[in-house]
Design a protein. Structure first.
Lengths: 153, 153, 153, 153, 153, 153, 153, 153
């Protein structure tokens, strides 16, 4: 079984590469999708392409909507969503992605330091697994796609 | 047209009462639903009812899941979701509710101070209106249910 | 069987009143919903409530989105959509409502002068009936809710 | 991520080729679908295949329905809908496609000259991006499928 | 539990009255819906309201579509579909209703003489019960809504 | 908020009455639905109404399908499913109901003695709460429908 | 655009081969699916595999259900359904397939001699095209998958 | 037509290999998916990856949820579910899978010794076929994917 995983959340650490490389080393049949991790490119995409705005709200709005095309399309195509939360930033967009994926019945794996357990309790409650390290996520994905000899295709 | 509105988000200010009273004064045919706003009651509901836990994670988990029954049922029954974000707390649960409601195709009205525009840009991008005051939300709701003479039932 | 009908389209003629009064005279168990037919109120609602915009695009955008909360909620609640097209104005919003309702599997009745048959052929192709007068629409609705003696509740 | 894009709307200008060639030059993994752009072939398909009609309404009806099989099937298979509106013609069918795609939760990119902003405000309000040139649409699509090094498959 | 039942099929016998009266005598909380059983009224509704046709196909088409608004709306509102087949007529519309209701996950009760078992085997295979008499249908409905003392509301 | 609860599972103990009476004493706005708890009536309903069978498999089949009309209709109408498992009997039908309700996105509360935790781990994993007593279920339901002063309708 | 077509209905004439060969000659990117056309094999499959039945009803039932796995799976995978009705046999199963596909929003092409127009009016009313010959169906399918130079993939 | 089959249920006998090998010998275009059949690996996966628990309930819970990601993803991707029940163990998880698949409208084939007919009557009532041997399941699958000469792709 080939599966597709969307990696939502934190863009200023290398957790995505750790998961992708871990799965690659283990030769798992998994393809990954992710948001644009270049912060400036992502924030400016709306006005860069569609023309400038004087009001910061509309500048953000145009970028957020173009990025949302990417996000929504990728979550729609994903079998599983992995969401990473960190100590920095409010990351409301990550929680938004989790809520969206939950309503679309996508299984969710949440990744965060244990210190964030209390403020993330509602997010964790929608998840099928709550991990603390990228390595744990790799092991969970490996379990999900593990082939049974003589049975699974 | 009678409508049902779910009021998600911030529990430590009186924005809910302002909206409910504003709609009541204007005699709008709107019924409201909301999460438990008693913070301790909400946080402790899991262990209070189902027995204590030694590990804080599971204590939070049990409460979050019982509260989720309420939240999910109410969002499912709602025609519209209003979500309030404030400067304090990370309110990941509120963004989670917005994502969930968006995927369920519920129209969303977001309420927050303009200072939060940038970090909430993805949340605002899923909304049909972004308000700064409870009074604005009342006016929007009034517009939505406004009766056309001799036409609307 | 009580049904709910959403009356989409043209706001500068009295076709809605004709249908509502026709159904009322015939004592049909039908309730009606409609967009705001006060053109200025509808066009200005966004900036009237949420604050002015310098750019006309965003002024229109804010109003269109608030009106969309009303429209979407009403189409969602409707059993049947009646859409009126006229010679004047481009009425892209009316065709938009028809497409939306069609995808939501709501039966559609289109009302327009026969002269518009060719440009409206795709719209008519999604409809269950194409009428030229409000009186015909009343008769169709009457047929749909007609009670069979000793059988229907 | 490979995506499929349906190009709805205007058939008497070369905007489709501009987008397709722009994406092809940039080697984007995007496949395109479109309505029949040969106006006579499209309008006559019903009677050409299924036999003539004396009444113009039914001639249009038969063609519109066969074309609708193509349109509906393509929108269903599409990840994203791009819709082009121009000054000429009423293009109710294009607005119909947008409404249909919106209800099917397909992200929508609208393309039209800024002069049409007011009459298209409801259409624009359903869109994730409103562009004025084919080149802008190419850039948006490029952003959506952009590969993140060492992460995206 | 109040339920709604749609009575599809045969219109030239009194099976509907038998079921409705049987349920009424037993004071069951069931409301019934049915197609127009006046054959001429039903067949002529399209041209009677919307104007005559020279081609019999389009005459039938206009009536069938108006009747379909009624049928689809009623099946959508129904909790259960009862479908009656008889020896006479081909009743393709009844099998169509069963297929439609099956795809909408409505439980189906089929009613027909045992002699029709073989040609109706695919229809019966979609049903939750295959009855031969209206009395049996009444008993099944009675079982479905039967109140458990001190428990059911 | 009025809610509807379906009480699935064990029929040879009085857990249903305990929940119904507990909620009634607390004046909660909850209505309950349940399967037929008269074992013989339930098992024989197929052949009692539709005629005897020589093969036990078809006798069971006819009854199970008629009971399924009741069960499916009630789960469809329910906001929440409560499922009770006990030490006796294999109760595969109760687990079936839980799986069905889970796929329909109904929040699930499971009730069973702690000794059954291991064999029920997959069932518990689909639940929002796992209770051991009917009293706990009453308290959870009370929390879900609890009215917030001056806010909830 | 590659499409999949399910060929429902009449099994005792060669209309399927005509359509498949016509599309093959025209090199259309269409794959076809169909029910088992060997009448005896189809009717006996239930008891042939799962053991004999004394009652003809259950013999039919077992076969109809196994055939339904094939039919439902194929309709689910199909983009378009073509349904052929003939003068002989009642073909309730074909109308059942049409109703099922209609509710699943699959575009339908009906194929029947014009003499059957009146009894098939409800079936035709759910269709996007009503053809009289296999050759017409081939031409419609050709129109649906026709490639636009330099645009469609 | 290529199909995907999920093999749910009993893990301590070789029924899966029998089906997979039987289909392989017959060169059927079927791919298979299955749960982890290594009992210890499956039961311990939660704590093995995510850290130990003192309370057995949470140990089971963590494992059951990770396994559920695999199960849910596979059922979602499957066209057909085959579920095997045996005399040993309560196998509530298997009935849960059947209920889940039923609500997702996946055709179900149940496999069990005839002695279990009565306790499994509700499960059997959701199935399209009830087999006693793996060989029968192979024959049913063969019938479902059987190619019609000159017609099926």
């Amino acid at each position: 079984m080939d599966i597709r995983v969307y990696l939502a959340g934190e863009i200023h650490s290398n957790w995505r590469s750790e998961i992708v490389e871990g799965c690659s080393s283990a030769q798992l049949p998994i393809s990954f999708m992710s948001p644009i991790s270049d912060h400036e490119l992502s924030d400016g995409v709306g006005t860069d392409i569609l023309g400038d705005e004087t009001d910061g709200f509309w500048k953000d709005h145009k970028s957020a909507k173009i990025n949302a095309i990417r996000t929504r399309t990728m979550i729609e195509k994903a079998d599983i969503l992995v969401a990473k939360f960190g100590e920095e930033y409010r990351q409301w967009n990550t929680a938004l992605d989790v809520g969206y994926a939950a309503a679309k019945e996508k299984p969710i794996i949440v990744l965060h330091p244990s210190s964030l357990g209390h403020p993330l309790k509602e997010v964790d409650a929608t998840a099928m697994a709550v991990a603390e390290t990228a390595e744990q996520v790799v092991k969970i994905l490996q379990h999900i796609v593990m082939k049974q000899d003589t049975i699974d295709s």
